[in-house]
Design a protein around this ligand. Structure first.
Ligand code: GLN
Length: 235
């Protein structure tokens, strides 16, 4: 296990909608509950992305900050270097789209992504707003995903990634799936924030770096999940 777990929060000044910063807090809290010392670095878009972090997080945002964020990340190169070194990444919504080869700009124009995931996004016909629930890829062994989505984008998955879940409620990628993953890189449309609504996803990220984790008291998380899932799932 690492002596200190380094969490990197990318571009909070550009990309952090609907409480995405909560993902950082959940990772910190769940690591510390296991006795893991954490250090969090907030990387503003004017600063270089450190290459030696363990878990990277990037959030959602409006179209223009998304374009700016993609340009800066591409020019910086630090995130690519970190992933090549074995770091994990959770990318949400705008951040998720940025990880692909291309996404739709504010007029629907194609904007290059940074190519960390084999996906391509464009602008859909209408905005997808609301609760989402999805059955997670059985290979990951996680309970149902729950979250909130608000995006115009639709995302096509290439053969280099697997869908994170199959949607039961909501739009996600737009083809009956939601999000995707490849190795330690996870992309999702889910806000809420995603890790507060899905603590097992937080533990998946943590354990991809530090190994097996002992269980902790999840009763507050469970109450939130029960309440949100009961609100959307058919009885
Ligand atoms: N601008 C992107 C879209 O509408 C991402 C939105 C978001 O991050 N919530 O698809």
């Amino acid at each position: 296990m690492q002596s200190e777990l380094s969490i990197v929060w990318i571009y909070p000044d550009l990309l952090s909608t609907y409480g995405d910063q909560g993902n950082v807090l959940v990772l910190e809290q769940r690591a510390r509950a296991r006795g893991i010392v954490t250090r969090t670095v907030h990387v503003r878009s004017s600063d270089p992305v450190p290459r030696d972090g363990h878990i990277y997080l990037i959030g959602g945002g409006e179209d223009r900050p998304q374009i700016l964020g993609a340009e800066r990340l591409r020019r910086d190169g630090g995130l690519h270097a970190a992933i090549e070194r074995g770091a994990a990444l959770l990318a949400v919504c705008a951040g998720y789209q940025i990880m692909g080869s291309v996404f739709g700009g504010e007029e629907g124009q194609p904007v290059p992504g940074i190519g960390l995931l084999d996906i391509s996004s464009g602008r859909g016909e209408r905005r997808s707003v609301g609760e989402l629930a999805g059955e997670v890829d059985p290979a990951l062994g996680l309970p149902m995903l729950t979250g909130f989505e608000n995006h115009m984008g639709v995302t096509r998955l290439g053969p280099g990634v697997r869908p994170l879940s199959r949607t039961v409620v909501g739009t996600g990628n737009g083809d009956g799936t939601e999000g995707c993953y490849a190795g330690k890189v996870i992309g999702t449309y889910l806000h809420g924030p995603a890790l507060a609504r899905n603590p097992a996803l937080a533990d998946l990220l943590l354990s991809s770096i530090v190994g097996q984790l002992p269980p902790i008291d999840d009763s507050w998380y469970q109450r939130l999940r029960d309440e949100r899932l009961a609100a959307v799932l058919p009885r």
